[in-house]
Design a protein around this ligand. Structure first.
Ligand code: ATP
Length: 238
Protein backbone atom coordinates (compact mmCIF):
# COMPACT_ATOMS: atom_id res chain seq x y z
CA UNK A 1 0.00 0.00 0.00
CA UNK A 2 1.59 3.28 -1.11
CA UNK A 3 -0.82 5.56 0.79
CA UNK A 4 0.95 8.03 3.08
CA UNK A 5 0.08 7.49 6.72
CA UNK A 6 -1.32 10.52 8.54
CA UNK A 7 -2.57 9.28 11.92
CA UNK A 8 -1.46 6.17 13.72
CA UNK A 9 -2.81 5.20 17.13
CA UNK A 10 -0.93 2.22 18.56
CA UNK A 11 -2.14 -0.12 21.31
CA UNK A 12 -4.19 2.62 22.95
CA UNK A 13 -5.65 2.16 26.40
CA UNK A 14 -7.99 4.89 27.63
CA UNK A 15 -9.87 4.91 30.89
CA UNK A 16 -11.99 6.85 33.31
CA UNK A 17 -10.40 6.17 36.68
CA UNK A 18 -10.24 2.42 37.05
CA UNK A 19 -12.68 1.74 34.21
CA UNK A 20 -10.91 0.98 30.94
CA UNK A 21 -13.18 2.19 28.10
CA UNK A 22 -10.71 1.53 25.25
CA UNK A 23 -8.49 -1.53 25.44
CA UNK A 24 -5.51 -1.94 23.16
CA UNK A 25 -6.76 -0.32 19.98
CA UNK A 26 -4.57 0.28 16.93
CA UNK A 27 -5.83 2.52 14.14
CA UNK A 28 -4.47 4.11 10.97
CA UNK A 29 -5.71 6.93 8.79
CA UNK A 30 -3.90 7.69 5.53
CA UNK A 31 -3.86 10.92 3.59
CA UNK A 32 -6.98 11.40 1.45
CA UNK A 33 -8.81 8.70 3.30
CA UNK A 34 -12.18 8.54 5.06
CA UNK A 35 -12.02 6.03 7.89
CA UNK A 36 -15.09 5.18 9.91
CA UNK A 37 -15.47 3.61 13.35
CA UNK A 38 -18.86 2.00 13.80
CA UNK A 39 -20.24 0.40 16.92
CA UNK A 40 -23.07 0.44 19.43
CA UNK A 41 -23.63 2.99 22.20
CA UNK A 42 -20.89 2.87 24.78
CA UNK A 43 -18.42 0.93 22.61
CA UNK A 44 -15.73 3.56 23.25
CA UNK A 45 -15.80 5.52 20.00
CA UNK A 46 -16.14 8.99 21.54
CA UNK A 47 -13.51 8.12 24.12
CA UNK A 48 -11.05 7.24 21.34
CA UNK A 49 -11.69 10.49 19.43
CA UNK A 50 -11.36 12.58 22.58
CA UNK A 51 -8.05 10.94 23.48
CA UNK A 52 -6.75 11.46 19.94
CA UNK A 53 -7.57 15.16 20.31
CA UNK A 54 -5.76 15.26 23.68
CA UNK A 55 -8.90 15.85 25.76
CA UNK A 56 -8.33 12.57 27.59
CA UNK A 57 -4.98 10.95 28.37
CA UNK A 58 -4.04 7.94 26.29
CA UNK A 59 -1.70 5.09 27.20
CA UNK A 60 0.03 3.81 24.08
CA UNK A 61 1.20 5.61 20.96
CA UNK A 62 -0.17 8.49 18.94
CA UNK A 63 1.64 9.63 15.83
CA UNK A 64 0.41 12.36 13.49
CA UNK A 65 1.93 13.71 10.27
CA UNK A 66 5.24 12.12 11.12
CA UNK A 67 5.51 13.36 14.71
CA UNK A 68 4.90 11.73 18.06
CA UNK A 69 1.93 13.63 19.54
CA UNK A 70 1.37 11.40 22.59
CA UNK A 71 2.44 14.14 24.97
CA UNK A 72 1.04 17.18 23.17
CA UNK A 73 -1.81 19.20 24.67
CA UNK A 74 -4.98 20.02 22.73
CA UNK A 75 -3.75 23.35 21.38
CA UNK A 76 -0.54 21.84 20.01
CA UNK A 77 -2.56 19.08 18.35
CA UNK A 78 -4.72 21.73 16.70
CA UNK A 79 -1.52 23.43 15.51
CA UNK A 80 -0.30 20.10 14.13
CA UNK A 81 -3.48 19.85 12.03
CA UNK A 82 -5.98 17.83 14.07
CA UNK A 83 -9.54 18.98 14.55
CA UNK A 84 -12.59 17.50 16.28
CA UNK A 85 -16.29 18.21 15.86
CA UNK A 86 -17.79 16.94 19.11
CA UNK A 87 -21.07 15.06 19.29
CA UNK A 88 -22.89 17.98 20.92
CA UNK A 89 -21.43 20.52 18.47
CA UNK A 90 -20.69 23.05 21.23
CA UNK A 91 -21.53 26.20 19.31
CA UNK A 92 -21.92 29.63 20.87
CA UNK A 93 -25.71 29.89 20.65
CA UNK A 94 -25.87 33.65 21.30
CA UNK A 95 -23.27 34.48 18.66
CA UNK A 96 -23.96 34.63 14.95
CA UNK A 97 -22.72 32.17 12.33
CA UNK A 98 -19.77 34.21 11.16
CA UNK A 99 -18.50 34.98 14.66
CA UNK A 100 -18.67 31.26 15.51
CA UNK A 101 -16.59 30.59 12.40
CA UNK A 102 -14.05 33.29 13.23
CA UNK A 103 -13.46 31.66 16.61
CA UNK A 104 -12.29 28.55 14.76
CA UNK A 105 -9.53 30.55 13.11
CA UNK A 106 -7.68 31.74 16.21
CA UNK A 107 -4.36 30.35 14.98
CA UNK A 108 -4.62 32.05 11.57
CA UNK A 109 -3.47 35.44 10.38
CA UNK A 110 -6.18 37.85 9.24
CA UNK A 111 -5.52 37.06 5.57
CA UNK A 112 -5.66 33.32 6.24
CA UNK A 113 -8.92 33.78 8.14
CA UNK A 114 -10.54 35.55 5.22
CA UNK A 115 -9.40 32.74 2.94
CA UNK A 116 -10.68 30.05 5.30
CA UNK A 117 -14.01 31.82 5.60
CA UNK A 118 -14.44 31.87 1.82
CA UNK A 119 -13.53 28.19 1.65
CA UNK A 120 -16.09 27.28 4.32
CA UNK A 121 -18.77 29.36 2.62
CA UNK A 122 -18.05 27.60 -0.68
CA UNK A 123 -18.42 24.23 1.04
CA UNK A 124 -21.57 25.33 2.92
CA UNK A 125 -23.40 28.05 0.93
CA UNK A 126 -26.21 27.83 3.50
CA UNK A 127 -23.88 29.23 6.16
CA UNK A 128 -23.08 32.21 3.98
CA UNK A 129 -26.78 32.95 3.50
CA UNK A 130 -27.25 32.84 7.25
CA UNK A 131 -24.02 34.43 8.38
CA UNK A 132 -25.73 37.05 10.57
CA UNK A 133 -28.17 34.57 12.17
CA UNK A 134 -27.61 33.50 15.78
CA UNK A 135 -26.23 29.96 15.98
CA UNK A 136 -28.84 28.94 18.53
CA UNK A 137 -31.66 29.62 16.05
CA UNK A 138 -30.24 27.42 13.26
CA UNK A 139 -31.81 24.07 12.37
CA UNK A 140 -30.03 20.90 13.55
CA UNK A 141 -28.51 20.34 10.13
CA UNK A 142 -27.30 23.94 9.87
CA UNK A 143 -25.76 23.66 13.34
CA UNK A 144 -23.87 20.55 12.26
CA UNK A 145 -22.64 22.42 9.16
CA UNK A 146 -21.54 25.32 11.37
CA UNK A 147 -19.69 22.99 13.76
CA UNK A 148 -17.89 21.41 10.79
CA UNK A 149 -17.21 24.80 9.24
CA UNK A 150 -15.72 26.11 12.46
CA UNK A 151 -13.46 23.03 12.72
CA UNK A 152 -12.32 23.64 9.12
CA UNK A 153 -11.40 27.30 9.73
CA UNK A 154 -8.00 26.19 11.03
CA UNK A 155 -7.38 24.19 7.82
CA UNK A 156 -6.83 20.83 9.52
CA UNK A 157 -5.16 17.86 7.85
CA UNK A 158 -7.52 15.48 9.66
CA UNK A 159 -11.09 16.24 10.64
CA UNK A 160 -12.61 13.98 13.30
CA UNK A 161 -16.41 13.89 13.33
CA UNK A 162 -18.37 12.43 16.25
CA UNK A 163 -21.85 11.33 15.12
CA UNK A 164 -22.48 14.09 12.58
CA UNK A 165 -25.84 12.55 11.59
CA UNK A 166 -27.21 12.45 15.14
CA UNK A 167 -30.79 13.73 15.28
CA UNK A 168 -30.88 14.86 11.65
CA UNK A 169 -33.47 14.06 8.98
CA UNK A 170 -32.30 11.67 6.21
CA UNK A 171 -32.20 14.38 3.55
CA UNK A 172 -29.92 16.53 5.73
CA UNK A 173 -27.74 13.50 6.52
CA UNK A 174 -27.27 12.99 2.77
CA UNK A 175 -26.18 16.62 2.49
CA UNK A 176 -23.68 16.34 5.33
CA UNK A 177 -22.23 13.13 3.90
CA UNK A 178 -21.89 14.65 0.45
CA UNK A 179 -19.84 17.44 2.03
CA UNK A 180 -17.64 14.88 3.81
CA UNK A 181 -16.89 13.40 0.39
CA UNK A 182 -15.99 16.87 -0.93
CA UNK A 183 -13.59 17.32 1.98
CA UNK A 184 -11.66 14.21 1.01
CA UNK A 185 -11.51 15.46 -2.57
CA UNK A 186 -10.02 18.73 -1.29
CA UNK A 187 -7.25 16.90 0.60
CA UNK A 188 -8.68 16.69 4.13
CA UNK A 189 -8.70 13.21 5.70
CA UNK A 190 -11.70 12.28 7.83
CA UNK A 191 -12.09 10.02 10.86
CA UNK A 192 -15.81 9.46 11.21
CA UNK A 193 -17.59 7.98 14.22
CA UNK A 194 -21.14 6.99 13.35
CA UNK A 195 -24.06 4.94 14.53
CA UNK A 196 -25.55 5.36 11.06
CA UNK A 197 -23.36 2.51 9.79
CA UNK A 198 -25.12 2.37 6.46
CA UNK A 199 -24.27 5.95 5.50
CA UNK A 200 -20.78 5.74 6.99
CA UNK A 201 -19.83 2.56 5.12
CA UNK A 202 -21.09 4.02 1.86
CA UNK A 203 -18.70 6.94 2.01
CA UNK A 204 -15.67 5.50 3.85
CA UNK A 205 -12.59 3.88 2.35
CA UNK A 206 -11.96 1.72 5.41
CA UNK A 207 -13.82 0.82 8.58
CA UNK A 208 -13.26 -0.46 12.11
CA UNK A 209 -16.01 -2.14 14.11
CA UNK A 210 -15.78 -1.42 17.83
CA UNK A 211 -17.35 -3.48 20.61
CA UNK A 212 -16.71 -3.09 24.33
CA UNK A 213 -13.58 -1.01 23.88
CA UNK A 214 -11.92 -3.18 21.24
CA UNK A 215 -11.81 -3.40 17.46
CA UNK A 216 -13.41 -6.72 16.54
CA UNK A 217 -13.30 -6.26 12.75
CA UNK A 218 -11.49 -4.02 10.31
CA UNK A 219 -11.16 -3.82 6.56
CA UNK A 220 -12.24 -1.96 3.47
CA UNK A 221 -15.66 -0.36 3.90
CA UNK A 222 -16.92 -2.62 1.11
CA UNK A 223 -15.79 -5.79 2.89
CA UNK A 224 -17.16 -4.62 6.25
CA UNK A 225 -20.53 -3.73 4.66
CA UNK A 226 -20.62 -7.21 3.16
CA UNK A 227 -19.78 -8.96 6.41
CA UNK A 228 -22.72 -11.09 7.62
CA UNK A 229 -22.21 -10.19 11.27
CA UNK A 230 -22.06 -6.46 10.52
CA UNK A 231 -25.15 -6.73 8.33
CA UNK A 232 -27.08 -8.39 11.14
CA UNK A 233 -25.87 -6.19 14.02
CA UNK A 234 -25.40 -2.77 12.44
CA UNK A 235 -27.23 -2.59 9.13
CA UNK A 236 -30.55 -4.04 10.24
CA UNK A 237 -30.28 -6.83 7.68
CA UNK A 238 -30.31 -9.74 10.14
P1 ATP B 1 -21.91 6.79 22.34
O1 ATP B 1 -22.29 6.67 20.92
O2 ATP B 1 -23.02 6.47 23.28
O3 ATP B 1 -21.21 8.08 22.68
P2 ATP B 1 -19.34 5.55 22.34
O4 ATP B 1 -19.00 4.35 21.55
O5 ATP B 1 -18.87 6.84 21.86
O6 ATP B 1 -20.90 5.60 22.58
P3 ATP B 1 -18.06 6.25 24.81
O7 ATP B 1 -18.87 7.46 25.00
O8 ATP B 1 -16.66 6.40 24.37
O9 ATP B 1 -18.80 5.26 23.80
O10 ATP B 1 -18.10 5.40 26.16
C1 ATP B 1 -17.31 4.24 26.34
C2 ATP B 1 -17.45 3.75 27.78
O11 ATP B 1 -16.86 4.69 28.67
C3 ATP B 1 -18.89 3.60 28.23
O12 ATP B 1 -18.98 2.44 29.05
C4 ATP B 1 -19.16 4.85 29.02
O13 ATP B 1 -20.13 4.62 30.02
C5 ATP B 1 -17.80 5.13 29.62
N1 ATP B 1 -17.63 6.59 29.85
C6 ATP B 1 -17.74 7.57 28.90
N2 ATP B 1 -17.51 8.79 29.45
C7 ATP B 1 -17.26 8.58 30.75
C8 ATP B 1 -16.94 9.44 31.85
N3 ATP B 1 -16.82 10.76 31.69
N4 ATP B 1 -16.75 8.86 33.06
C9 ATP B 1 -16.85 7.53 33.22
N5 ATP B 1 -17.14 6.66 32.24
C10 ATP B 1 -17.33 7.17 31.01
Amino acid sequence: DSATNLLRITEAHIGYGKVEAVRGVTLDVAENEIVTIIGANGAGKTTLLNATMGILPLKGGANFAGSDITRLDIEDRVMAGLSLVPEHRELFAAMNVEDNLRLGAFRNSRAESAQSLERVYTLFPRLKERRRQLAGTLSGGEQQMLAMGRALMGTPKLLMLDEPSLGLAPIIVADIFRTIGELRASGVSVLLVEQNAQAALQIANRAYVMELGEFVLQGTAKDIAGNARVAASYLGLG
